[in-house]
Write a protein that binds this ligand. Structure first.
Ligand SMILES: [Zn+2]
Length: 274
C-alpha cells in the first residue's frame, strides 16, 4: 500500500547485494520441464503468491507471474490485507478503500493471467506474525496446495538510508515461511486443520521477492510491459505517477548487476525444499 504516488512502499531490497551463487537455471526447473525429472515434476505447476497488500506482488514479481501464467502454470494470489490504510484522502473510508483496492487488484490479476485471488481481509498496518496468522496461512497453503510460493523477505528491515520496510511485509514473509515449514507439511501441527479435511502439503520451491540476498533471477524482458500495465491498474495508488521509468530502471539495474540472466530481471532468494 502506498499513499503518495511518488513514493510507493514497495521498493525492492538492495539490488547491489547478492553474489551470483545459483544460476537462474533453478527457474528453468519451473518453466522448462526436465526430461529426466519424474513425471509428477513436469506439466503445469501451482504457484501461490502470498503478500501483505494490493500492489505488493506487482512491484515484487509481476513479470515472473505473467511469464509463468503465460506458460500455463496456475497462479493464485493470497493477500493478507486489502490495503485499507492506503490513502491520505480524508473523504475516503477504509471500507470504500477495501472495495476500490480489491477491484484494482483483480484488474491487475487479469492483466497478468492470475487465476485466483484470495483476500484474507486483515486490517492494514496491523499484521503480527503470531500463531493465528501462521495457522491461517497454513490453512490456505493446504487448500491451494502450491508447488511454488513467492512471498516477501522477512529479513529486510531497511534498505539504504531512505527506506524502512513496512511491518506488514515483514510479518507476512515471516508467517508464510513458518507456515510452509513446518506447519503445512507436518500432520500433527494444527490438528484442527486436519479435522477440517485439510491434509498436510509440502511446498517444493520458495522465492523471496525484494530479497536482501537474491540468488536467482527471472528474465522478465518479454513480460515487463504486462508488469507495468498491472501496476497502472492500481489507480488509487499510482495517481498521476507512471511507474514505468522507476520499474524499468530497477529491472535493468538488477540485470546489469547479475549479467547473463536477461535484459530485465526480477531477483529472488530461492529455496528448494525436500
Ligand atoms: Zn505493501
Amino acid at each position: 500500500m502506498t499513499s503518495t504516488p511518488t513514493t510507493p512502499d514497495d521498493t525492492p531490497a538492495d539490488q547491489s547485494r547478492g553474489d551470483a551463487a545459483e544460476p537462474s537455471a533453478a527457474i528453468d526447473s519451473v518453466v522448462v520441464p526436465d526430461d529426466t525429472a519424474p513425471a509428477e515434476d513436469t506439466g503445469p505447476k501451482r504457484v501461490a503468491v502470498i503478500v501483505a497488500h494490493p500492489d505488493d506482488a506487482e512491484f515484487l514479481c509481476a513479470g515472473t507471474v505473467a511469464r509463468w501464467a503465460g506458460e500455463g502454470h496456475h497462479v493464485t494470489y493470497v493477500l493478507l490485507t486489502s490495503g485499507d490504510k492506503g490513502s491520505s484522502d480524508p473523504a475516503v473510508t477504509p471500507e470504500q478503500l477495501v472495495a476500490t483496492r480489491e477491484a484494482e487488484q483483480r484488474d491487475a490479476c487479469d492483466v497478468l493471467g492470475v487465476a485466483d485471488v484470495i483476500f484474507l481481509r486483515h486490517p492494514d498496518a496491523t499484521l503480527v506474525p503470531d500463531l493465528a496468522m501462521r495457522r491461517e496461512i497454513t490453512r490456505v497453503i493446504r487448500q491451494v496446495r502450491p508447488d511454488i510460493v513467492i512471498c516477501q523477505d522477512p529479513t529486510v528491515r531497511f534498505v539504504g538510508q531512505d527506506y524502512l520496510n513496512h511491518p506488514d511485509h515483514r510479518a507476512t514473509g515471516e508467517a508464510t515461511l513458518d507456515a510452509i515449514y513446518p506447519a503445512a507439511r507436518d500432520r500433527m501441527t494444527f490438528p484442527e486443520l486436519l479435522a477440517e479435511g485439510l491434509e498436510p502439503h509440502k511446498v517444493r520451491e520458495v522465492y523471496l521477492g525484494g530479497a536482501k540476498e537474491p540468488d536467482v533471477w527471472v528474465d522478465i524482458t518479454a513480460t515487463l510491459p504486462k508488469k507495468l500495465e498491472s501496476l497502472r491498474r492500481h489507480v488509487s495508488q499510482m495517481g498521476d505517477w507512471d511507474p514505468e521509468e522507476m520499474v524499468r530502471r530497477w529491472a535493468k539495474d538488477e540485470a546489469e548487476q547479475h549479467p547473463g540472466n536477461g535484459e530485465y530481471v526480477e531477483g529472488y532468494k530461492y529455496f528448494k525444499l525436500d
